[in-house]
Design a binder for this molecule. Structure first.
Ligand code: PMP
Length: 396
């Protein structure tokens, strides 16, 4: 009881064993366990919810609305968060909820490829290399007759296509806009999973046709499995909602209630302690998630760049600064992944080279480029990250 509770309170929520200096360090997935330290502070208590046994039993949240499984409280808090951060225009957009943005991505492919009314040939799905490795994997998993993966958007010249624009980009952190320009037959899906102030300067309120977001990379609650989409056209939003209805008959209400409270806690944190106070040099980030996470990212990128300089066999993308309208200052980008390149003779398979040195990460081939690149998560625990940079610095 009391003893058990204490043990549960200190155990990491990932279920992964603790790391030691000679452990295998797994930085393959972008598992956002870095955020746990923030939520273990006072914010975690404020974000707690209790759901009595009689609540959230119905399939339905708002029977009359386009997205009938969307909890009104979740929608309200998401719209409030976008107003606070200024990273996307939400007014006038339809908001949909999904089991992770991964489900919404599939819903978007279904909706934009025409769904039930599609033509005979599958529509090509493209993204410029290096692209997020899940795009080809998820697109072709079920060998849909509606859409199929068509590779690197930079060399695509078909007429009908869906282009995936991930900005800032997973894996290399690049700020991106659509690249295919072939006569207006295409659709564009903007994956804005990382368009949050801890990763990149917020330079404008995005206002694209289909925009995908996820709590996974915003607040760190990947396990809650919640994403949302902002969709301009009603007909597209309706088809996406239909996909989720047929795929999973809606999205967990329990998750939506929890995510609503978590997002509310973040926004409240800023309304009670305004951004200006944080910028003015206050270093109490206990209520300000984006400032906490940015401080972490600044520190980690500093350590990583120092390790890369020490080693001498690696390079990283350059830091790109910009004026952030949220923080109201010029800040550099601190991507959630390190896109590491190795110049050393004979290291054609960098993923294998690092694996031999007990670092697990994802090789360039999965992102549509060569084996001298790897993607490494910057969002793991402090302990794992510290061991990783120590090992990297020693590689000569
Ligand atoms: N888009 C991008 C670019 C991602 O990196 C990820 C997670 N790795 C996702 C979408 C999926 O996020 P979710 O957990 O919401 O399914």
């Amino acid at each position: 009881e009391k003893k058990g509770e204490t043990a549960a309170a200190v155990a990491p929520s990932s279920g992964k064993p603790p790391v030691t200096p000679d452990s295998v360090i797994n930085l393959d997935h972008g598992d956002p366990t870095m955020y746990e330290a923030f939520w273990r502070g006072g914010a975690g208590e404020r974000a707690t919810i209790v759901i009595p046994g009689w609540q959230t039993m119905s399939y339905f949240s708002d029977v009359g609305s386009l997205c009938w499984f969307l909890e009104p409280g979740f929608e309200r808090e998401v719209r409030r968060l976008h107003r606070l951060v200024g990273n996307a225009v939400a007014d006038g957009y339809h908001l949909l909820v999904g089991t992770g943005s991964t489900q919404l991505f599939q819903a978007a492919l279904y909706a934009l490829s025409g769904g039930a009314a599609a033509g005979a040939n599958p529509i090509g799905v493209v993204s410029p290399a290096p692209y997020y490795s899940s795009y080809p994997a998820v697109t072709d998993f079920l060998k849909s007759g509606l859409y199929r993966w068509a590779g690197d958007a930079k060399v695509f010249d078909g007429e009908n296509y869906i282009e995936l624009v991930c900005s800032p980009n997973n894996p290399d952190g690049g700020v991106r806009t659509a690249v295919v320009n072939s006569g207006g037959g295409g659709f564009v899906v903007h994956d804005l999973a990382y368009y949050w102030p801890q990763y990149t300067p917020i330079t404008e309120a995005a206002a694209h046709d289909v925009m995908l977001f996820t709590v996974s990379k915003c607040t760190g609650h990947a396990g809650t499995r919640l994403g949302w989409a902002l969709v301009r056209e009603r007909a597209v939003a309706q088809k996406m909602s239909k996909f989720i209805e047929l795929n999973t008959i809606g999205v967990s209400k329990d998750s939506q209630l929890r995510a609503a409270k978590i997002i509310k806690t973040i926004t409240d944190g800023y309304e009670h302690a305004p951004v200006a106070a944080a910028v003015a040099g206050g270093d109490d980030d206990s209520g300000r998630l984006f400032h906490f996470a940015r401080r972490q990212m600044v520190s980690r990128w500093g350590k990583l760049r120092a390790a890369v300089a020490n080693s001498g066999i690696f390079t990283l993308p350059d830091e790109i600064p910009g004026h952030c309208t949220f923080a109201n200052e010029t800040v550099a980008a601190y991507p959630p992944f390190a896109w590491l390149h190795c110049e050393k003779e004979g290291v054609d398979d960098l993923e294998g080279y690092l694996r031999e040195r007990k670092i697990i990460c994802r090789g360039g081939a999965k992102f549509g480029v060569g084996g001298r690149f790897v993607r490494i998560s910057m969002l793991d625990t402090d302990e794992a990250f510290a061991i990783f940079v120590d090992r990297l610095a020693a590689m000569k």
